[in-house]
Design a protein around this ligand. Structure first.
Ligand code: PMP
Length: 403
């Protein structure tokens, strides 16, 4: 009898199952709108030219070695990453109240933040938006939270933010609950609060003594503008909040499989930060001991060298602009076809993902009849669109909606 006999099969992870089904589909016009990564106009993954260049420099640099990094990672990386998030002139940085910790991409940052808040700081309940990135729940329950709950976020009727519902749910949350907030380009809806709405959210968080945990997976990638995409986090810091922010460099550097992330911790005083860091050091030591160097060094090099930094900014602008142009292209075609419904949300939403508003039957119809793959929720990745397949996809959506 096997040592693991009697174990039930776990449920499939939808996004990976979808990619698998797409790969085995032999239809020539198939389209994958389900992937969680950037694709070029040729439907190919993109290694950023600046990343290739830095990797070549690194390969030639005989002074680099493969020694262990410290538990908290490469300081040149985490300092630059925290500065990129908070801004050069951040008062928290100037006061020594903010610090960065290198993590295993955004997921790793969430896990470390979760463990610290639940196990070290004794927080028991965490909230994320409904809907949210599907992994929040698993990461946070595994990190030690006793309860994972949701606050309302998406209003299907208006295909925009349900601010009233969100604020009501936050007001009803038990004190000291941790609230996950998407810093920009909300996944999966692509709907972000406006600056004024952020202000209202911040007021409730302060009033009810909740704790903000920002998830920043798309800084720069969302709008092409690093400052704009950091607006929410910076305004909370400016308002004097303590917070943590989990940064991913998967999308904005195209470094998905290198697992480059940073956990920024902002406290109210320099004194408490040292103890927090020593506890986080023990958490990481007990989880994976220390992070890998390669990707972090690539990012550190780009962020710390003025010329390479400019080259990288051109790259993120290229990605953001392509996504924005696909949004416009899809909306324009749906309107031209007279597809029933209002499609303004396609261009109002931001980032790689769009919540189309298509229902499960329509999603299935598109897959069965047109070999167009997307998540059951109707979320599509704009990068799956190209000038070559826009007409095909728009026509298919028009057919599905009119059916
Ligand atoms: N948070 C959100 C909202 C995301 O969309 C993602 C990537 N899909 C992540 C975190 C983490 O990604 P990674 O671990 O690859 O950095």
């Amino acid at each position: 009898m096997s040592f693991c006999a009697g174990i039930q099969a776990g449920p499939p992870i939808e996004v990976f199952a979808l990619t698998q089904a797409f790969t085995t589909d032999t239809f020539d016009k198939k389209v994958n709108l389900g992937v969680g990564a950037y694709r070029t106009e040729e439907s190919k993954p993109w290694v950023l030219p600046v990343v290739r260049k830095i990797e070549q420099l690194m390969a030639a640099d005989q002074s680099l070695n493969k020694e262990y990094l410290p538990v908290l990672g490469l300081a040149a990386f985490s300092q630059a990453a925290t500065k990129m998030l908070l801004g050069d002139d951040s008062p928290a940085l100037a006061d020594g109240r903010a610090v960065g910790i290198q993590t295993l991409s955004g997921t790793g940052a969430l896990r470390v933040a979760g463990e610290f808040l639940a196990r070290t700081c004794g927080r028991t309940t965490i909230y994320s938006s409904e809907p949210t990135w599907e992994n929040h729940r698993l990461v946070m329950l595994n990190a030690g939270f006793q309860e994972y709950k949701s606050y309302r976020y998406w209003d299907p009727a208006t295909r925009s933010l349900d601010l009233k519902g969100m604020l009501e749910d936050l007001r009803a949350a038990p004190e000291r609950s941790v609230i996950i907030l998407h810093a920009c380009a909300h996944n999966p809806t692509g709907v972000d609060p406006t600056p004024d709405q952020w202000k209202q959210i911040a007021e409730v968080i302060r009033e009810k003594n909740l704790f903000p945990l920002f998830d920043s997976a798309y800084q720069g990638f969302a709008s092409g503008d690093l400052d704009k995409d950091a607006f929410a986090v910076r305004s909370f810091v400016k308002d004097g909040f303590e917070l943590v922010c989990c940064q991913s460099f998967a999308k904005n550097f195209g470094l998905y499989n290198e697992r480059v992330g940073n956990l920024t911790v902002v406290t109210s005083s320099k004194e408490v930060l040292a103890n927090a860091l020593s506890q986080i050091t023990l958490l990481i030591r007990g989880m994976y001991s220390n992070p890998p160097q390669h990707g972090a060094r690539v990012v550190a090099t780009a962020l710390n060298d003025p010329t390479l930094y400019q080259e990288w900014r051109v790259c993120i602008k290229t990605m953001a602009d392509r996504i924005i142009s696909m949004r416009a292209g899809l909306k324009e075609r749906l309107i031209k076809l007279g597809t029933p419904g209002n499609w303004d949300h396609i261009t109002n939403q931001i980032g790689m993902f769009s919540y189309t508003g298509l229902n499960v039957e329509q999603v299935e119809y598109l897959r069965n009849e047109y070999h167009i793959y997307m998540l059951k929720s109707g979320r599509i990745n704009m990068c799956g669109l190209t000038n070559a397949n826009l007409d095909y996809v728009a026509g298919a959506i028009n057919d599905a909606v009119n059916k």
